[in-house]
Ligand binder design. Structure first.
Ligand code: GDD
Ligand code: MG
Length: 350
């Protein structure tokens, strides 16, 4: 049996104000928390026991997932009083592992949307007798990520987290935030202080000439770290561009919860998700957006590539593009918001 560790303790700073009350991995993408999509993917690959490494707003995860009874996996919580960083969180979670020292452990960043072939990654780890196998993907702009050049056989040559100078950009292959570790490698991470797996553990393993394998997978991949990425990820799931076991047979132009009331003259398209009890008025056009539960959208308002959080109210004739509206905020009649606007919880914009 394969065990997994999910890293879900980050602050989600770039997703404020949405992450003031809800940790990033718990925000609904296409109606399910990102973590839920990941649990389903891991379960499909045979994982039956998952340790959630939590810190920021740890209680929210346990309230929602319990011990995993309804998710088909056993969930265990490893809570950090102070954030331990990615490596420290993995080490802390490992105290709950039951597998042997030479067994594989799957590790996932909690904000990554992917259809990765997990079983395939584990097999490649095994075939290469690797200490760690890293899932890699190629992106146009690698700067916000960990750069991972490899040799012809896939052996990792270097790990450069978030390069700054142009000379540092040596590849477009990046760390996609999913790893298979040999258990003993995790147990060797220091347990008494914060550790970054990207800035410390991986570079140290490479310096010690340990076998770190990079596995490039060109399937769907997205880091849900920013509001626009978050809206895109949700839309891609709804449209069926991003795969998820939770949405099989439910993909299309829109995903609308049965309790939502959408006027028949409204147009809900481009992968928009409409949450429970939301009310959408006549002539409204909502494209590529995420509408949380209990939201009201007035008649003839247009919302594009945006996120409208729980119980927010958008009046009629509003124009909203590339915007984040936090919970319970109110937008007055006829307001046009500049792209990139962030409206904070309970705020009113007129
Ligand atoms: N438990 C715990 N404790 N989790 C943490 C902590 C911590 O102190 N710090 C971060 N995490 C979790 C976050 O919740 C997230 O799921 C994951 O670790 C990665 O943190 P991010 O803050 O999202 O990092 P990033 O997106 O800037 O960069 C990481 O992901 C990229 C791919 O998406 C790095 O791993 C990069 O190398 C990688 O390319
Ligand atoms: Mg991230």
């Amino acid at each position: 049996m394969l065990e997994a560790i999910l890293l879900v303790g980050g602050q989600g700073t770039r997703l404020r104000p949405l992450t003031i009350s809800t940790p990033k991995p718990m925000l609904p993408v296409a109606g399910f928390a990102c973590t839920e999509h990941q649990i389903a993917l891991a379960r499909e690959a045979g994982v039956r026991r998952i340790i959630l490494g939590t810190s920021y707003r740890a209680e929210v995860f346990e309230e929602y997932f319990g011990h995993g009874e309804t998710f088909g996996v056993e969930l265990v919580y490893a809570v950090e009083d102070e954030p331990l960083g990615t490596g420290g969180a993995i080490r802390n979670a490992a105290t709950h592992l039951t597998c042997g020292q030479n067994d594989p452990v799957l590790v996932f960043n909690g904000d990554v949307l992917t259809g990765l072939d997990i079983a395939g990654l584990v097999q490649k780890w095994r075939d290469a007798n690797a200490d760690v196998a890293l899932y890699l993907t190629c992106v146009e702009d690698p700067r916000p990520y960990g750069l991972v050049p490899t040799d012809a056989k896939g052996r990792v040559l270097e790990f450069r987290e978030k390069p700054i100078t142009p000379e540092e950009i040596v590849t477009d292959q990046i760390n996609a935030g999913c790893y298979v570790f040999k258990r003993s490698v995790i147990d060797a991470i220091p347990s008494d202080r914060p550790v970054s797996v990207e800035r410390e553990t991986f570079p140290e393993l490479l310096a010690a000439n340990r076998m770190v394998l990079g596995v490039v997978d060109d399937g769907y991949w997205l880091d849900l770290g920013t509001p626009l990425a978050f809206a895109k990820g949700s839309a891609d799931l709804v449209l069926g561009i991003a795969p998820s076991p939770l949405l099989v047979g439910r993909t299309g132009e829109a995903l609308i919860e049965a309790s939502a009331q959408v006027d028949s003259s409204a147009s809900i398209i481009g992968g928009t998700y409409v949450g429970h009890n939301a009310v959408i008025g006549a002539g409204a056009v909502i494209t590529g957006s995420v509408i949380f539960a209990d939201v009201e959208v007035g008649s003839d308002s247009r919302i594009t590539n945006s996120i409208v959080s729980t119980a927010a109210k958008i009046s009629s004739d509003c124009q909203i593009v590339d915007t984040v509206i936090a919970e319970r905020a109110q937008i007055g009649i006829g307001v046009t918001l500049d792209p990139g606007t962030l409206v904070f919880p309970d705020d009113t914009v007129n």
